[in-house]
Design a protein around this ligand. Structure first.
Ligand SMILES: [Zn+2]
Length: 77
C-alpha cells in the first residue's frame, strides 16, 4: 500500500498521466481511502489548471499566485 508521502511524490506524474497501470492503480486505491490525499490531488489539479491559463513570460508572478491559492485553501476549511 502506498503511503501519503509516496502519493505526494508521484502526484504530478499521476495528474499528467505519466504513471504505469500498476502505479495508477495504487494511487487510486490510496485516494479511495484517504480524504487528505483526495484533497491534495484536487488542489494540485486546480493549481495546474490556473497555471496553464497564464500567458507565457509571466512566471515571475507565480509566487503571487501560489500565495493566492494558499489563501483560497485556508478559506475552504
Ligand atoms: Zn493519503
Amino acid at each position: 500500500m502506498l503511503s501519503c508521502k509516496d502519493l505526494v511524490a508521484h502526484s504530478s506524474d499521476y495528474i499528467d498521466g505519466q504513471l504505469g497501470v500498476r502505479q495508477r492503480w495504487s494511487m487510486r486505491m490510496h485516494l479511495a481511502m484517504c480524504v487528505n490525499c483526495r484533497r491534495f490531488i484536487k488542489q494540485m489539479r486546480l493549481s495546474q489548471a490556473v497555471l496553464r491559463q497564464l500567458p507565457r513570460g509571466q512566471h515571475a508572478e507565480l509566487d503571487e499566485i501560489a500565495d493566492k491559492l494558499a489563501e483560497l485553501r485556508r478559506q475552504q476549511r
